[in-house]
Design a protein around this ligand. Structure first.
Ligand SMILES: NC(=O)c1ccc[n+]([C@@H]2O[C@H](COP(=O)([O-])OP(=O)(O)OC[C@H]3O[C@@H](n4cnc5c(N)ncnc54)[C@H](OP(=O)(O)O)[C@@H]3O)[C@@H](O)[C@H]2O)c1
Ligand SMILES: *[C@@H]1O[C@H](CO)[C@@H](O)[C@H](O)[C@H]1NC(C)=O
Length: 323
């Protein structure tokens, strides 16, 4: 009997500690007006992205879901329109695993839309393989595709005034490292065909997200545009769809109990979109709707600058991102 009580107490204590740390919840209190504003959100058809899109649509923004899967995206558009009563929600084709597709998307967008107020670089995946251009798929989609997209849309953000770029990174950046030598040789930031290796490559790509934001903020100084990156929390989404079955069996019960739902997982992204007065914190990393200091390797300005230059070269950009 005593043993059972002790066990229950330990489990309860463990649960409380976890819900105060790794699985902590927060709520966005930002209140910026969204009517008349245009938002692009990559991967807005499911998970954290869809929850973010839903909230912004409810606030009256014009929301563009930039997605790779037409039928999935159309389904999400219909659902968000119905749920919010906002008909200003639309789908535009974007496959971040293809630099050509990023160019096409940007061209179409710049031709058909007159302003851009929020660019939310949300899409991401944990998977193995290569992009159309031969990059490691996590580096290619999570970092490089978004890098090019941001560069191509930056002018429009500046023209619209006061725009923000919000990039969904992850606390997994902590375990990431960047080996630019290897990258320039094999277009891969972390190779491998079994899941442990592609988890490493995922962490590397998320470190890229943090360093990209750091360097972007530097380049945006003196303009009215600011940028932020985010750890959304540990959230129950489709992100683990490509991991192996036995890992799913292990993750699933914990996910049921502890993981945040997508609505809660969207709060820190929304904070960076909607909180007024955040501008002095441009370039920073946010978690639980609050700014957070990152590890030293994610604050290395020299690496951030180098990553930017290498990324420009890999996308075939030369001066697009400079003023
Ligand atoms: N879930 C977590 O615990 C967690 C933790 C930390 C960070 N994050 C980050 O949060 C972001 C959102 O992830 P999520 O958890 O919401 O995962 P998710 O449910 O799998 O959603 C990911 C989205 O990205 C899209 N996407 C993937 N590859 C793409 C490509 N090549 N082109 C265009 N879109 C593409 C997916 O499209 P399809 O539906 O067509 O596949 C989907 O809409 C990611 O950047 C992820 O790294 C998540
Ligand atoms: C797109 O989404 C639909 C519906 O979820 C799915 O059946 C289909 O396989 C997806 N297409 C691709 C190319 O991933």
């Amino acid at each position: 009997m005593i043993q059972l009580l002790v066990l229950a107490a330990v489990l309860l204590a463990g649960y409380i500690v976890l819900t105060q740390t790794l699985f902590k919840r927060s709520k966005c209190k930002g209140n910026a007006a969204m009517a008349g504003k245009t938002v692009i959100i990559t991967g807005g058809n499911t998970g954290i992205g869809k929850a973010t899109a839903l909230h912004l649509a409810r606030r009256g923004a014009r929301v563009i879901l930039a997605c790779r899967n037409r039928s999935k995206a159309k389904g999400a558009v219909a659902h968000i329109q119905k749920e919010t009563g906002n008909s200003d929600v639309l789908y535009m084709q974007l496959d971040l695993a293809s630099l050509k597709s990023v160019h096409c998307f940007s061209e179409t967008f710049l031709k058909t839309e007159s302003r851009l107020d929020l660019l939310i670089n949300n899409a991401g995946l944990v998977a193995d393989g290569r992009t159309e251009d031969g990059f490691g798929v996590e580096f290619g989609v999570n970092h490089l595709g978004h890098f090019l997209l941001t560069c191509l849309l930056l002018e429009r953000l500046k023209e619209s005034g006061g725009g923000r770029v919000v990039t969904v990174a992850s606390m997994a950046y902590r375990w990431g490292h960047i080996d630019l030598e290897t990258l320039s040789v094999n277009k891969h930031l972390g190779t491998g065909s079994f899941s442990w290796q592609f988890f490493q490559a995922y962490c590397n790509s998320k470190l890229c997200n943090v360093l990209f934001t750091l360097e972007l903020a530097k380049r945006l100084q003196g303009s009215s545009v600011t940028c932020y990156c985010v750890h959304p929390g540990v959230v129950r989404t489709e992100l683990s769809r490509y991991v192996s079955l036995w890992q799913k069996i292990f993750i699933e019960p914990i996910a049921r109990f502890l993981f945040l739902d997508p609505e809660t997982g969207a709060q820190t992204t929304l904070h960076c979109c909607l909180q007024e007065g955040l501008e002095p914190l441009s370039g920073h990393y946010f978690s639980c709707c609050d700014v957070q200091k990152v590890c030293a390797h994610a604050r290395d300005e020299a690496v951030a600058q180098k990553l930017w230059e290498v990324s420009e070269k890999l996308c075939g950009l030369s001066n697009h991102c400079k003023d």
